[in-house]
Design a protein around this ligand. Structure first.
Ligand SMILES: [Fe+2]
Length: 281
């Protein structure tokens, strides 16, 4: 992955050169570089330990690793754009949805001949979207028309990137309390830091759906969104790792710092216990 690392560094450095060191986006940019490497490593482990990925070709492995490393390549350009628009408008743009880093990354790689491969492009473009949205996209419909083996490889790499991305994020959230350092947390009022679940995130979580970022109002909602990633995990090994690393206990602990009703807390706990039981039997 030497050539790929050089390519990733090039995009990281372009952004680092344009953003002042004291800007929020400078650290965000550093974080995304480290995150890209973390996702590559998490994905490499899944490639080794996931039965569904046991018999893949050497070429599949190369394209999968490229998709893992490049999944957030659009983030560097996004950081430049957010920094520049904030400078012009004097307002925090970290939370707005104006930029689609998946699409920016897709366009970068489409114009880089060694990486213009549908298995990489599709994963980069859609790794961060809700699966319901992915399945409604024109690209998904095009992929469905391809020969089954080809479509299967494209989907397997998207699923691998989605799972590895979440595992890498969970590791940093737990080890470095990153949930309390990100852009969402920074804009919360003191009441929202300890407030209860809002209606929509709660409704989505108990309906076993991934919680939509745009509906989050409190820190408890944000934690619930991370817990809802269990519904998005594609490989059994990813689900097992979630519990082996005790991310359930860490996130429940975070919820205990919020004003959650005992019945809500118990209900979340029960969902996690049942989910865990279902993957162990
Ligand atoms: Fe991303």
């Amino acid at each position: 992955m030497k050539m790929e690392l050089t390519e990733l560094k090039k995009h990281y450095r372009q952004a680092a050169a344009k953003i002042p060191h004291d800007s929020f986006y400078f650290e965000a940019n550093n974080h995304k570089y480290r995150h890209s490497i973390d996702v590559l490593h998490a994905g490499q482990e899944l490639l080794q330990d996931t039965p569904e990925l046991a018999n893949v070709s050497a070429d599949f492995k190369i394209q999968a690793q490229r998709a893992l490393l490049f999944h957030d390549i659009g983030r560097f350009e996004e950081n430049i754009r957010r920094y520049e628009s904030e400078l012009a408008q004097h307002e925090l743009s970290a939370l707005s949805n104006t930029y689609d880093h998946g699409l920016i990354g897709y366009e970068i790689l489409q114009n880089s001949p060694p990486y213009n491969d549908l298995r990489i492009l599709f994963a980069v473009r859609y790794h961060g979207k809700m699966m319901s949205e992915v399945k409604q996209s024109p690209m998904w419909h095009e992929i469905e028309k391809l020969p089954p083996e080809q479509a299967d490889e494209i989907k397997k790499i998207l699923y691998l990137v989605r799972d590895a991305d979440k595992l890498a994020n969970l590791r940093v959230q737990k080890a470095q309390h990153h949930l309390r350092q990100d852009a969402f947390y920074k804009q919360l009022s003191p009441e929202a830091v300890i407030g209860p679940f809002s209606a929509l995130p709660k409704e989505q979580f108990f309906a076993e759906q991934t919680v939509d970022y745009t509906n989050l109002k409190t820190y408890a909602d944000r934690v619930l969104m991370v817990l809802s990633w269990i519904y998005d995990f594609n490989y059994r090994r990813t689900k097992q790792l979630f519990f082996e690393h005790q991310y359930d206990a860490y996130l429940l602990g975070e919820l205990q710092t919020c004003k959650i009703t005992p019945s809500d807390f118990k209900a979340v706990q029960n969902i996690l216990e049942n989910f865990h039981q279902n993957i162990t039997v």
